[in-house]
Design a protein around this ligand. Sequence first.
Ligand code: GAR
Length: 202
Amino acid sequence: MDKRINVAVLVSGGGTNLQALIDFEKDGKLTSGKIVKVISSKEGAFAIERAKNAGIDWAVVQRKGKSQEEFEKGILDELTLCKADVIVLAGFMCILSKDFTDKYKDRILNVHPSLIPSFCGEGFYGLKVHEAALGYGVKVTGATVHFVNEIPDGGKIIMQKAVEILDGDTPEVLQKRVMEQAEWKILPASLEKVCLSLLKGE
Ligand code: GAR
């Protein structure tokens, strides 16, 4: 019997973090989890192509044109269908309600491109986070993987990794460095850690 934890990955965009998770699993390093579905909040997101290429089941639940309740119901239906035990938000640009996060307490992981509690919370997503870090003039930034609760970027921290800011950095250059040096490493490692502790019943 396959005893691995079923993992669903929620995405909205390019999906490089999803790719890092797929590669980690392909390399045999996700020993306690199995990616069973990719759910995109946006039609046409490149992340869907990554799921297709990896042979992973996928679905689109559009955020646009729906109430929060309808949107979350759509996602919950997909999660039930694929029997997801753990959810990873990998570049998922939508906020989830307390109703939703309470259903998966300590089972939703998010990757955020800064060292929380800096440059996080509502309005801080994607390139905006790096613009804010450069604008403030910090010399070190990084990425954080944390559990998701009803407070945007406010759940318990699982892993963090620092990344240096260099003279002449643009938001785009910094985003790439933070992804390469931090996000793509700590997101898969955190997923394995959480799945392993669930399997052990911790
Ligand atoms: C990543 O940098 C991720 O940390 C960030 O958006 C990017 C998505 O890239 N997420 C947030 O800002 C969430 N608050 P990806 O689609 O290539 O993984």
